[in-house]
Design a protein around this ligand. Structure first.
Ligand code: 9MR
Length: 403
């Protein structure tokens, strides 16, 4: 009996072993094919970088902090994927020019030297940030604490812009000359700030004219967020038209492009690109990302959800596939649109290099976010492959239609 069981078990084991062998043999071609697909996509992501996939349609860029450049893995990724770099913080007025006679050139000098050494261009960011909380007191006050006069403010702006632009004009091919001067939503025209209270739009004119004087060939950009929404778009078009009427050298609108998952903005983007094209103004997508732990609720209903949101971190253990797929679709749609408006779009830059470095992990509250094309291990995400595929497909479509 024991022998019979033994025999039965042995034959069972044998049978299982044989079946496994058959399954393994049958699956071998699939396994090999799978690994070669894996290899191929690994190789193709190595071979086909974002900048190569975009080709001569628009430049591909990224905004990173100066510290990121010191990490060799980051440096390699940047060099392989992008052709133009924006300093995330170190060239901002409060970083580079903390007092009238004090300049912090070390960090921006290192940033620009990195770009030069790696054959990359630079976007100077930003010369004037038109918000009081982004402006140091020395700029908006006199020594006696009184509000600055129009003439003094314009002279200070001129001095700041002239100094920064002439120092970096060799590496900077684009400048965010003025950042975020327009009021949000339905509120008035210009954002209330020392700049607009004291000079109206004249500070914008001074900043652009001074930038042009010291860097005649650079693309000069007015940078802002949410201007594809109809209310703010009207103000953008009004501002750019007024500047053009005055002969102010503004070349492009910097559409920051801080999107949220599922925001249905394609139609509004089309309308915006169209309006800018009609006005003869280029577009740069200056700070692209897609927030998956959406931040809009932070400001809703006078901030009443903030206490609840402060501990809201739904994806700290990973991103559900459903959300990942939604983000992929959104990135695909955006890049299809960018391709369609390639005659208008001069650059597409992401804001930060990989998910772990994104500002959206901290703003407006701490949470684990996944807004970019590279993951925390510096690896290209499926969204990266999707963007590369869209860029390749659309390129082929143009080639076959003779465009
Ligand atoms: O990503 C930047 C963050 O590290 C800074 O703390 C913050 C304030 O200087 O600015 C962030 O970058 C902003 C950019 O300069 C202008 N557009 C909005 C960006 C996100 O806030």
């Amino acid at each position: 009996m024991d022998d019979a069981i033994d025999e039965f078990q042995r034959s069972g084991v044998q049978l299982r072993f044989q079946s496994l062998l058959v399954v393994a043999l049958l699956a071998l071609p699939l396994i090999l094919a799978g690994s070669s697909i894996g290899q191929e996509s690994g190789e193709s992501t190595k071979k086909m970088s974002l900048k190569d996939a975009a080709g001569d349609r628009f430049k591909m860029g990224v905004g990173v902090s100066e510290q990121v450049l010191a990490d060799p893995q980051c440096a390699e990724l940047i060099e392989n994927q992008f052709q133009i770099l924006t300093p995330e913080n170190c060239m901002k007025p409060q970083g580079i020019h903390p007092a009238e006679e004090t300049w912090n050139f070390e960090a921006p000098d290192r940033f620009v030297a990195f770009a030069k050494d790696h054959g990359l261009e630079v976007v100077g960011h930003c010369l004037v940030w038109a918000k009081d909380d982004r402006t140091d007191d020395w700029m908006m006050q006199l020594d006696n604490g009184q509000a600055v006069s129009r003439d003094v403010l314009l002279r200070r702006i001129e001095n700041h812009v002239a100094t920064v632009v002439s120092r970096y004009q060799e590496s900077a091919t684009m400048w965010d000359v003025v950042n975020e001067a327009l009021a949000d939503g339905e509120e008035g025209y210009l954002r209330d700030s020392v700049y607009t209270r004291t000079t109206g739009i004249d500070f914008i004119e001074t900043a652009f004219r001074t930038a042009r004087k010291h860097d005649p060939d650079a693309l000069l950009i007015y940078n802002d967020y949410n201007c594809h929404f109809p209310d703010k778009r009207k103000k953008l078009i009004r501002l750019l038209s007024e500047l053009k009427d005055r002969g102010v050298p503004v070349d492009a609108y910097g559409m920051q492009g801080h999107f949220e998952l599922g925001d249905d903005s394609l139609t509004q983007l089309v309308e915006t690109f169209q309006a800018l094209r009609d006005l003869g103004i280029k577009v740069v997508v200056s700070e692209l990302d897609i927030d998956v732990v959406k931040r809009g609720r932070w400001w809703a209903d006078d901030g009443k959800y903030r206490d609840e949101l402060k501990t809201y971190d739904p994806y700290k253990d990973g991103l559900p596939d459903e959300i990942r797929q939604q983000q992929i679709k959104q990135y695909e749609a955006l890049f299809r649109l960018f391709d369609e408006y390639q005659d208008t779009i001069a650059r597409v830059s992401f804001w930060n290099l990989h998910d772990g470095q994104s500002w959206l992990n901290y703003f407006p509250w701490n949470r684990t976010n996944y807004p970019l094309l590279f993951d925390r291990q510096f690896q290209p995400k499926p969204a990266y492959d999707a963007v590369i595929n869209v860029l390749r497909e659309t390129e082929t479509d143009h080639a076959s239609s003779g465009e």
